[in-house]
Design a protein around this ligand. Structure first.
Ligand code: DOR
Ligand code: ZN
Length: 439
């Protein structure tokens, strides 16, 4: 007997749509096609609904261990699940940072004990971690190496020597926070006498553009694969667009760089202080255009919560970062409704591309044998985001008032209905560590 049958849904893939039934057994997709017969312990009618693989958010900061007042695997994963995300990859700038086997295993253990979504972790790049990275990669303990080229909340910018060593002395995918430290230092020196500068002036687009130039040269020289996190400017796109497909460079976009700008969200002050900064409208529009044209590969929420109290400090003291793991997919559904992205491209960016780039076994597809992580939603089911809908631990969102997809109607994690209409089931089981193919 099957565990679940999803009937008559419109399954969306990057290559097109298909109306079919999906049968689930032991956490996996056992059958996709015409009537699988039955019976099943549970049936879902998906008439009028789209069915896609669960959303993969390759960029969250759940701060566990480190800052339980801001987020933890328990709270962050629940917020992810509510919004349709079924797998997250967590960043290393926690306390202590994930820089060696012990801290990586400790984080994986915490996630296994408390996360209701599937999970993987990044290892951080530092002079100390470099000699350890290849073994962590070979053992399948990490999804990749995260490099901060510029300093950020909870992270130092790496030296040029460490950056070089990441490319020449480690294995695996390299994820980069691309802001050049020298440009940041110069701009900061220029503005430090000003009480309330604009964050985009203190960390100008030139920092991101210079960092991307450096990265392109490194990739050309070493052939290493990189994933550039949170692209935010027209200048970066201008450098990367002509090289697309020729170099092993993939690009992430964060919702705040698609929906927020210094023009439309400047009034939110430190709440939208984030690195890289939200940019002027001209950059935001360039990012939106790149999105629609399929020039970006993945979405990452860069969920980096800080408390309202911390954000109320003066500009120089307030930490950078904003929450977004639970609003990412709902915002994308709002963009879908408004014609800013197509359905097939949305599925590619939310699920297929991250599964391919990070080589996540069983993820990102609705096919026999794949893990049964799925989201069921209705395209027209949208409304305005309210504060009550935001339940991440820090309790606020810069996206309140934006049009978002409601629900989703069902979210399945490893074959179990884990959330319904945006509400987590009492018996939602713990997620699992992702596994990586081809190492
Ligand atoms: O704004 C940011 N906040 N950017 C980062 O790179 C780190 C993050 C955090 O962890 O708070
Ligand atoms: Zn981040």
């Amino acid at each position: 007997m099957y565990d679940v049958i999803i009937r008559d849904g419109t399954i969306v893939r990057s290559t097109g749509r298909l109306v079919a039934d999906i049968a689930i057994e032991d956490g996996k997709i056992a059958y996709v096609g015409g009537n699988p017969g039955g019976p099943a312990k549970e049936e879902i009618s998906a008439i009028g609904r789209f069915v896609m693989p669960g959303v993969i958010d390759t960029h969250v900061h759940f701060r566990d261990p480190g800052h339980p007042a801001k987020e933890s695997w328990a709270t962050g994963s629940r917020e992810a699940l509510r919004g349709g995300t079924t797998t997250v990859l967590d960043m290393p700038n926690t306390t202590p940072g994930t820089l060696d086997e012990e801290t990586v295993r400790d984080k994986l253990d915490r996630a296994a004990a408390h996360s209701v979504v599937n999970f993987g972790v990044w290892v951080g790049a530092s002079a100390e971690s470099i000699p350890k990275i290849s073994a962590l990669w070979d053992a399948g303990l990490v999804c990749g190496t995260k490099v901060f080229m510029g300093d950020s909340t909870g992270a130092f910018g790496v030296t040029p020597e460490v950056l070089e060593a990441v490319f020449t002395q480690t294995k695996g995918l390299i994820g980069v926070h691309a802001e050049d430290q020298e440009v940041l230092d110069a701009a900061r020196a220029q503005w430090q006498g000003t009480a309330k500068p604009v964050h985009n002036d203190v960390r100008p687009p030139a920092a991101s553009i210079k960092a991307v130039e450096t990265l392109i040269a490194l990739v050309q020289r070493t052939g290493r694969a990189i994933h550039i996190c949170h692209l935010s400017t027209a200048g970066e796109l201008a450098l990367l667009d002509p090289l697309r497909g020729d170099l092993p460079i993939t690009c992430e976009v964060a919702p705040h760089h698609l929906f927020l700008s210094t023009d439309n969200a400047g009034h939110l002050g430190n709440l939208v202080k984030v690195n890289p900064p939200i940019r002027p409208e001209i950059d935001r529009r360039a990012m939106m255009a790149a999105l629609k044209r399929g020039r970006l590969d993945t979405f990452g929420s860069d969920h980096a919560p800080h408390t309202l109290e911390e954000k109320q400090a003066d500009y120089w003291s307030a930490p950078s970062g904003l929450p977004g793991v639970g609003t990412m997919f709902p915002l994308i559904l709002g963009a879908l409704k408004n014609g800013r992205i197509g359905l097939e491209l949305m599925v590619a960016m939310c699920a297929e591309n991250p599964a391919r780039i990070f080589n996540l076994e069983g993820k990102g597809v609705i096919a026999e044998g794949a893990d049964a992580d799925m989201v069921l939603f209705r395209e027209a089911h949208t409304g305005k985001l309210t504060t009550e809908m935001v339940q991440c631990h820090c309790g606020w969102s810069p996206f309140v008032g934006r049009e978002v997809g409601l629900g989703p109607d069902f979210v399945l994690v490893n074959g179990v209905i884990a959330a319904r209409d945006g509400v987590i089931m009492d018996d939602a089981p713990m997620g699992r560590s992702v596994t990586y193919g081809g190492r």
